[in-house]
Design a protein around this ligand. Structure first.
Ligand code: FES
Length: 150
């Protein structure tokens, strides 16, 4: 074998190994939270998010995401029991969570897992993986300001 042929065959072999490793990694299905979501999609402890109740969350079923926290109005009045606040990022693989008012559940836009407003799992992801319960954050109301603290 000539030197040039040997180098060419070596390059082709390395390319095949790299391609195989890439396909192998891309094909893996992992239920672990993404590395960029180290807290299972929850926000870091101590994170706060606030909503102005004079202009936001005015009707039952209204929802809003602030600082990766999903606020939902569940009842009339402006007390802490009128709202819930959960993580807005899915613990499965980081999909965005939305409140589906007519069905009264929280749903992931990526694999359609569903959660109750108390954070419990109603349906697992549709990709065969598993998810975990949502973090629910404590609330305070001061004047017209609703605040959740992780
Ligand atoms: S990322 Fe939400 S169900 Fe998969």
């Amino acid at each position: 074998m000539e030197r040039n042929e040997f180098i060419k065959s070596l390059g082709l072999g390395v390319a095949m190994v790299c391609t195989g490793a890439c396909f192998s990694a891309c094909g893996k299905k992992s239920d672990a939270p993404e590395p960029s979501k180290p807290n299972g999609g929850g926000v870091p402890s101590g994170t706060t998010a606030s909503v102005d109740l004079s202009t936001q969350l005015l009707t039952i079923g209204a929802s809003l995401t602030v600082n990766s926290i999903l606020f939902i109005r569940t009842a009339a009045g402006n007390t802490t029991t009128s709202f819930v606040a959960t993580q807005a990022v899915c613990p499965h693989q980081g999909g965005a969570l939305s409140f589906i008012q007519p069905s009264n559940y929280i749903q992931c836009g990526l694999h359609s897992s569903r959660y109750s407003t108390s954070g419990s799992i109603l349906a697992q992801p549709n990709d065969g993986g598993t998810t975990s319960a949502l973090k629910v954050y404590p609330l305070t109301v001061s004047g017209n300001t609703l605040t959740a603290t992780a």
